[in-house]
Design a protein around this ligand. Structure first.
Ligand code: AMP
Ligand code: GLY
Length: 433
């Protein structure tokens, strides 16, 4: 098959690495890709939301299967665009249409969806631009911490959690009145704070049936000990020890099945991923958010543990035949450490030469923000590399990742030193659930 992956991050490099191993893959392209995807595929310089050019490319190269990586093209309707074209509509695609992508594209839509289908989530109220006064009054009626969420896509920056009422009021003012996130903050949700430990659950569905991929835990904050601002994700581990059979059964019964049957009831055809961001609150699952794509850097950990031919799963999803598929998971433990540019998630420099990538490393290196310059990989984004180590237990996986990380250098490289540590401590002291 001729396969096109859309995107340019670590997630897309992990997809390319895995798809390249499939016997069914003939030609593999990534648009626009990075220096890492160039090792496994042909990079195509087309932006993720240039549907016209992506369509022309798919026709010219006789693409059979498109895997959409990031949320932006999904929310903008890439599937709808392809389905409206006589030739493109026959191409298999993994990724929902605009209607399904609202689960990620609008937090108000996804909250109402969860309420309609009795899916456990934090209580929330939505406020519009002309309701600043009501929103402030509502905040006054709540206890700290306050959780504010811009309704639309805000590149991972649309959630504010504040322990002070005055800060929360200032934030809602910025969002609703000053339109800090443009249209994305035309509506804002004020949500109950959930105390617990998070995990990411990944489901691949054809709208009728589904398979559950290995779960992962993401490390969102920039600093060790979960301190400092939120990022796209600074590391991940899989499996997650507290996601035991009994917890995952609750997730399946209370979240996954009602989500898929809810989509069906609402006549939303859905072929793609549902990434469920969950909070484990004293052993009970609550949905924090839905994403309609895979997570980054969770994908890197998930792909390393997935033993299936990935193309089989993707094709079955796109053809509506997931019923007969089973996921085969490597019982090994995996830990991914993200190496970022110094300064990220605020200002950072690009164009730094990366060294050490040609060494024999005890981990798999996935590129994220990199590009090729004169045959060398240079930094080209905030999150630069994701280094994924494997082991018979989490300690060993973490050790392998960090050993590889230490061999890779560039001017200003930064990474968290504590990926997996919280879970190792929890496992040792058995305080969870
Ligand atoms: P989101 O973009 O909705 O995933 O939110 C970003 C991060 O904010 C989540 O990963 C959580 O760490 C945190 N968060 C979001 N909603 C809540 C909530 N209701 N209670 C506690 N933490 C939350
Ligand atoms: N790592 C979280 C995300 O991809 O949204």
């Amino acid at each position: 098959m001729n396969i096109l992956i859309i995107g340019s991050g670590g997630r897309e490099h992990a997809f390319a690495w895995k798809i390249k191993q499939s016997k069914r893959c003939k030609n593999l392209y990534v648009a626009p890709g990075n220096a890492g995807t160039a090792l496994a595929a042909v990079n195509v310089p087309i932006a993720v939301d240039d549907f016209q050019q992506l369509g022309v490319f798919c026709k010219e190269q006789k693409i059979d299967l498109v895997l959409v990586g990031p949320e932006v093209p999904l929310v903008k309707g890439i599937r709808d665009f392809f389905e409206a074209d006589e030739m493109l509509k026959n191409i298999l695609m993994v990724g929902p249409g605009r209607a399904g992508a609202q689960l990620e594209g609008s937090k108000d839509f996804s909250k109402q969806f969860m309420m309609r289908h009795n899916i456990p989530t934090a209580k929330a109220k939505t406020f519009f631009g002309d309701q600043l006064h009501e929103a402030e009054k509502y905040l006054e009626s709540l206890a700290a911490p306050f959780v504010l969420k811009a309704d639309g896509l805000a590149a991972g920056k649309g959630v504010v959690i504040s322990s002070s009422l005055s800060e929360a009021k200032a934030a809602i003012h910025e969002m609703l009145e000053q339109k800090k996130f443009g249209e994305a903050s035309a509506k804002v949700l004020i949500e109950e704070f959930l105390e617990g430990i998070e995990l990411s659950v990944f489901v691949l569905t054809d709208g009728k049936d589904y398979v559950t991929l290995p779960e992962a835990k993401d490390y969102k904050r920039i600093g060790d000990g979960d301190t400092g601002p939120n990022t796209g994700g600074m590391g991940s581990i899989s499996p997650v020890p507290f996601a035991d059979a009994s917890f995952m059964k609750k997730v399946e019964e209370r979240v996954v099945r009602p989500t898929i049957s809810g989509l069906k009831k609402e006549n939303i055809s859905y072929k793609g991923y549902i990434f469920i961001g969950l909070m484990n609150v004293q052993g009970e699952p609550y949905v924090i958010e839905y994403n309609t794509r895979m997570g980054d850097p969770e994908t890197q950990s998930v792909m390393v543990r997935l033993k299936n031919d990935f193309v089989d799963l993707l094709v079955a999803c796109a053809q509506g035949e997931l019923k007969d598929q089973e996921v085969d998971v490597d019982p090994a433990h995996v830990a991914t450490v993200v190496m970022a540019a110094g300064g990220y998630p605020e200002q950072y420099e690009k164009g730094k030469m990366i060294s050490g990538l040609d060494k024999k490393l005890p981990a798999q290196v996935f590129h994220a923000g990199t590009k090729l310059k004169d045959g060398n990989s240079v930094t080209d984004g905030g999150r630069v590399l994701a280094v994924t180590g494997k082991g018979k237990n989490l300690e060993e996986a973490v050790k392998n990742s960090y050993e590889a990380v230490k061999e890779i250098r560039w001017d200003g490289a930064y990474y968290r030193k504590d990926i997996g540590k919280d879970v190792l401590n929890l496992t040792q002291t058995k305080t969870i659930c």
